[in-house]
Design a protein around this ligand. Structure first.
Ligand code: G3P
Length: 218
């Protein structure tokens, strides 16, 4: 399973990349706004900056909601760097845009996926990735992990090549469950990735090893 970081924060992207386990980055307009990145030129430069840190796929989301607009924006984004993946919302014109980009050899990430039917449509259109939003389903009392399991089964049975990118990850259990359910990728905030490191018995065991070493070398 690949690890992407879900942020536009360059310091956090660098920190995750330095850990040596980072395979890519996902962003969205809310994450760009959170970092105060405004205006087309600044947004484009920020994507280039991210691509210069991480050697892996970087999802850049279109703002347009009509076919022509998505195509124009997506082509501009894809031309920025070979690692850019055009992120397209799961709407009717979005499916058409994914199909268009697939025919042009431009990779796509279909975002805002909340149901198996949407995942099937995006896979049929040739999306490179689909992003089911696990945490936002949990927020409304659905089990987001059930959707990952269902899509995983459908894609295996149908032989779809589209990769399942579990998004809206909120905690380390979401990451572990995504691996168990067969997600190809998770995209997560840095905090949930780092939380995978923690176990009290590891801390206790290490403290004991160091104390014993110190005693016998005193
Ligand atoms: O990038 C899309 C997704 O990961 C957003 O997550 O926490 O805003 O639901 P969240």
């Amino acid at each position: 399973m690949k690890f992407f970081i879900d942020t536009a924060n360059l310091a956090q992207i660098k920190e995750a990349n330095d850990l040596g386990i980072l395979d890519g980055v996902t962003t969205n307009p809310s994450l760009m706004a959170k970092e105060g990145i405004k205006g087309e030129a600044a947004v484009m430069q920020h994507y280039i900056d991210i691509c210069n840190i991480v050697d892996g796929d970087v999802s850049a989301e279109v703002i347009s909601t009509d076919f022509a607009g998505m195509v124009a924006e997506g082509e501009k984004l894809a031309a920025l760097h070979e690692n850019i993946v055009v992120k397209i919302p799961m709407i009717k014109d979005g499916v058409k845009a994914i199909k268009y980009f697939t025919s042009k050899g431009i990779r796509t990430n279909c975002t805002l996926v909340f149901g198996a039917g949407q995942a099937i449509l995006a896979a049929k259109a040739g999306a490179t990735y689909i992003s089911p939003f696990v945490g936002r389903l949990d927020d409304i009392s659905y089990d987001g992990m059930d959707l990952i399991a269902q899509i995983s089964q459908i894609f295996a049975v149908q032989g779809y090549q589209t990769q399942i990118l579990a998004a809206s990850i909120r905690n380390p259990v979401h990451i572990i469950k995504s691996a168990e359910m067969g997600a190809h990728v998770i995209t997560s905030p840095l905090a949930s990735i780092l939380a995978l490191l923690n176990h009290p018995l590891t801390d206790k065991g290490l403290a004991q090893f160091l104390a014993d070493h110190a005693k016998s070398n005193a």
